[in-house]
Write a protein that binds this ligand. Sequence first.
Ligand SMILES: [Zn+2]
Length: 130
Amino acid sequence: MFGSPASAKGVVLSDHALAVERLRWNERYRPKVPRAQRICRLCVRAVEDETHALFECEGDAELTRMRSELWAAVDKEQPQIRRRLRVAEDALPAILQEQSLHGLLAKFTHQVLQLYEAVPMRVPEGAAVV
Ligand SMILES: [Zn+2]
Protein backbone atom coordinates (compact mmCIF):
# COMPACT_ATOMS: atom_id res chain seq x y z
CA MET A 1 0.00 0.00 0.00
CA PHE A 2 2.76 2.48 0.94
CA GLY A 3 6.10 2.67 -0.86
CA SER A 4 8.51 3.47 1.96
CA PRO A 5 8.39 4.22 5.67
CA ALA A 6 8.85 7.91 4.89
CA SER A 7 5.90 8.03 2.49
CA ALA A 8 3.79 5.96 4.88
CA LYS A 9 4.51 8.49 7.59
CA GLY A 10 3.51 11.23 5.19
CA VAL A 11 0.24 9.53 4.39
CA VAL A 12 -0.48 8.78 8.02
CA LEU A 13 0.50 12.10 9.53
CA SER A 14 0.80 14.93 7.02
CA ASP A 15 -1.39 17.97 7.60
CA HIS A 16 -2.53 16.58 10.90
CA ALA A 17 -4.17 18.63 13.58
CA LEU A 18 -1.66 18.26 16.40
CA ALA A 19 -0.40 21.47 17.99
CA VAL A 20 3.22 20.81 17.05
CA GLU A 21 2.19 21.16 13.40
CA ARG A 22 -0.73 23.59 13.56
CA LEU A 23 1.02 26.16 15.75
CA ARG A 24 4.08 26.24 13.49
CA TRP A 25 2.37 28.67 11.22
CA ASN A 26 1.28 32.22 11.63
CA GLU A 27 -2.45 32.44 11.51
CA ARG A 28 -4.53 35.54 11.19
CA TYR A 29 -4.43 37.37 14.54
CA ARG A 30 -2.00 34.81 15.97
CA PRO A 31 1.76 34.64 15.49
CA LYS A 32 3.69 31.38 15.36
CA VAL A 33 4.02 29.64 18.77
CA PRO A 34 7.46 28.37 19.88
CA ARG A 35 7.67 24.55 19.82
CA ALA A 36 8.13 24.27 23.59
CA GLN A 37 4.80 26.07 24.07
CA ARG A 38 2.77 23.77 21.79
CA ILE A 39 1.50 21.89 24.82
CA CYS A 40 -0.66 18.76 24.72
CA ARG A 41 -4.33 19.59 25.07
CA LEU A 42 -5.11 16.28 26.80
CA CYS A 43 -2.48 16.04 29.55
CA VAL A 44 -0.93 19.56 29.52
CA ARG A 45 2.41 17.97 30.41
CA ALA A 46 4.44 17.76 27.18
CA VAL A 47 4.79 19.12 23.66
CA GLU A 48 1.89 17.83 21.57
CA ASP A 49 3.81 16.03 18.83
CA GLU A 50 3.30 12.76 16.96
CA THR A 51 5.30 10.60 19.36
CA HIS A 52 3.61 12.07 22.39
CA ALA A 53 0.08 11.76 21.03
CA LEU A 54 0.49 8.26 19.63
CA PHE A 55 2.77 6.60 22.17
CA GLU A 56 3.16 8.62 25.38
CA CYS A 57 0.15 10.71 26.36
CA GLU A 58 -1.84 9.41 29.29
CA GLY A 59 -4.22 12.34 29.42
CA ASP A 60 -7.26 10.44 28.18
CA ALA A 61 -8.55 6.98 29.15
CA GLU A 62 -9.88 6.23 25.65
CA LEU A 63 -6.50 7.09 24.16
CA THR A 64 -4.61 4.75 26.49
CA ARG A 65 -7.17 2.01 25.79
CA MET A 66 -6.76 2.38 22.02
CA ARG A 67 -2.95 2.33 22.44
CA SER A 68 -3.13 -0.91 24.45
CA GLU A 69 -5.19 -2.42 21.64
CA LEU A 70 -2.63 -1.27 19.06
CA TRP A 71 0.24 -2.84 21.02
CA ALA A 72 -1.68 -6.05 21.53
CA ALA A 73 -2.23 -6.26 17.75
CA VAL A 74 1.41 -5.33 17.00
CA ASP A 75 2.66 -7.95 19.48
CA LYS A 76 0.49 -10.56 17.81
CA GLU A 77 1.80 -9.73 14.30
CA GLN A 78 5.42 -8.81 15.04
CA PRO A 79 6.32 -9.65 18.65
CA GLN A 80 9.95 -8.63 18.22
CA ILE A 81 9.14 -4.94 17.59
CA ARG A 82 8.36 -3.91 21.11
CA ARG A 83 11.44 -5.62 22.50
CA ARG A 84 13.64 -3.46 20.23
CA LEU A 85 12.18 -0.16 21.41
CA ARG A 86 14.30 1.92 23.75
CA VAL A 87 12.45 5.24 23.75
CA ALA A 88 9.00 6.33 22.61
CA GLU A 89 10.54 8.05 19.56
CA ASP A 90 11.52 4.59 18.25
CA ALA A 91 7.94 3.32 18.07
CA LEU A 92 6.67 5.09 14.95
CA PRO A 93 9.69 4.30 12.72
CA ALA A 94 9.75 0.71 14.01
CA ILE A 95 6.09 0.11 13.15
CA LEU A 96 6.46 1.90 9.80
CA GLN A 97 9.22 -0.53 8.83
CA GLU A 98 6.71 -3.37 8.88
CA GLN A 99 4.46 -3.17 5.85
CA SER A 100 2.01 -5.62 7.44
CA LEU A 101 1.33 -3.14 10.26
CA HIS A 102 0.57 -0.09 8.15
CA GLY A 103 -3.17 -0.74 8.14
CA LEU A 104 -3.26 -1.03 11.92
CA LEU A 105 -1.16 2.09 12.34
CA ALA A 106 -3.25 4.12 9.91
CA LYS A 107 -6.44 3.17 11.74
CA PHE A 108 -4.94 3.91 15.15
CA THR A 109 -3.52 7.25 13.99
CA HIS A 110 -6.85 8.26 12.51
CA GLN A 111 -8.64 7.44 15.78
CA VAL A 112 -6.06 9.30 17.88
CA LEU A 113 -6.26 12.40 15.69
CA GLN A 114 -10.06 12.35 15.88
CA LEU A 115 -9.82 12.17 19.65
CA TYR A 116 -7.47 15.17 19.68
CA GLU A 117 -9.63 17.13 17.27
CA ALA A 118 -12.60 16.74 19.60
CA VAL A 119 -10.79 18.82 22.24
CA PRO A 120 -9.89 22.48 21.64
CA MET A 121 -6.17 22.98 21.03
CA ARG A 122 -4.25 24.90 23.70
CA VAL A 123 -2.99 28.19 22.32
CA PRO A 124 -0.75 30.05 24.79
CA GLU A 125 -2.40 33.26 25.94
CA GLY A 126 0.52 35.44 24.95
CA ALA A 127 0.28 34.13 21.41
CA ALA A 128 -3.36 35.00 20.93
CA VAL A 129 -4.07 38.51 19.72
CA VAL A 130 -7.57 39.40 20.80
ZN1 LIG B 1 -0.56 14.54 26.40
